[in-house]
Design a protein around this ligand. Structure first.
Ligand code: MN
Ligand code: MN
Length: 316
């Protein structure tokens, strides 16, 4: 018997029953004793189009009941490797984006005083900025793997400096990210101006448009990125579900056609194994647009892959 938290088995309690925590793990009030904490950030007042990502954490947890403890392709055994728990949701102020950002930053700063690593469930992508502020305060400027249809590098939207479309510009300006060690994968579709992707490129960000990913494995791209970053540099993974094609992830606020496949998304996360991954998020799942639940189910499986990619995850 492992001394670590184990997901409640579908053979002990039906999968559709019991407490609706992430992966059917025990819930924890504090990060004490945890190696990895799952944190919900149910914010969607930073979105520019469809809302609904506030329901993301709850729905991803609900669909996560189908995820089992072992990765069959990789042999990964995250729950034998780390003590993982569900740390619940951030009590943000849904009437005030600015205040919510500060609440989220303070919440993560407090969590990161312990040795816990966080994997966060969005929420819209705005949540990545306060999380990055707390993570960079602890680890210094971060390398970043950013999967998205959008660059999220706008200077402002509707005059606002902090929205789900401006966060990575702010994060680079605030030196939370080393742009030379950032890769953006899956960017595509239509922009406000033809030069929309250039601000990041000019600062050294590696921009990989979706068209460069079509019809091929992304394992070589990730091999290259791992070589560039090395095994010690702290890396953060930010996964916007709209990086994937709407045919596999329709339940999201700003869907764009021609995106990555599910298997390419998994390749990116598996390709982070071997890096010093210090945290990750999965954002922009909008359950009201996810009529089958499959987007949230996919998100839960991607979060499982994130656990498997953390340094020290045992493989059989
Ligand atoms: Mn995004
Ligand atoms: Mn996006």
């Amino acid at each position: 018997m492992s001394d670590k938290n184990q997901p409640l088995s579908g053979n002990d309690m039906p999968r559709f029953a019991g407490q609706a925590s992430m992966f059917r793990l025990p819930t924890h009030e504090t990060p004490d004793g945890l190696d990895v904490g799952i944190v919900g950030v149910p914010l969607d007042i930073g979105t520019s189009n469809r809302v609904g990502a506030r329901y993301g954490p709850r729905q991803i947890r609900a669909e996560s009941v189908l995820v089992r403890p072992y990765g069959m392709a990789t042999g990964a055994a995250p729950f034998d490797s780390f003590n993982v728990g569900d740390l619940g949701d951030v009590a943000l102020n849904t009437y005030n984006l600015e205040k919510s950002i500060d609440i989220i930053t303070a919440h993560y700063e407090a969590l990161l005083e312990s040795h816990v690593k966080t994997i966060s469930l969005g929420g819209d992508h705005t949540v990545a900025l306060p999380i990055l502020r707390a993570q960079a305060k602890k680890y210094g400027p971060l390398a970043v793997i950013h999967v998205d249809a959008h660059a999220d590098m706008n200077d402002a939207m509707f005059g606002e400096p902090v929205t789900h479309g401006t966060i990575f510009r702010r994060a680079i300006e605030e030196q939370l990210i080393d742009p030379e060690l950032m890769i953006q994968i899956g960017l595509r579709a239509t922009g406000y101006a033809a030069e929309d992707f250039d601000w990041a490129k000019d600062r050294g960000v590696q921009v990989v448009p979706a068209e460069d990913c079509w019809y091929q494995s992304l394992a070589p791209l990730m091999d290259e990125f791992r070589k560039k970053v090395g095994p010690d540099q702290p890396v953060y993974l930010s996964f916007d579900i709209d990086g994937l094609d709407p045919s596999c992830a329709p339940g999201t606020g700003t869907p764009e056609p021609g995106g990555l496949t599910t298997s390419q998304g998994i390749e990116i996360i598996r390709g982070a194994s071997g890096l010093n991954l210090i945290g990750a998020d999965l954002v922009e799942v909008s359950p009201p647009y996810d009529t089958t639940g499959n987007t949230a189910l996919l998100a839960a499986n991607l979060v499982f892959e994130m656990l498997c990619a953390l340094p020290g995850c045992k493989r059989s």
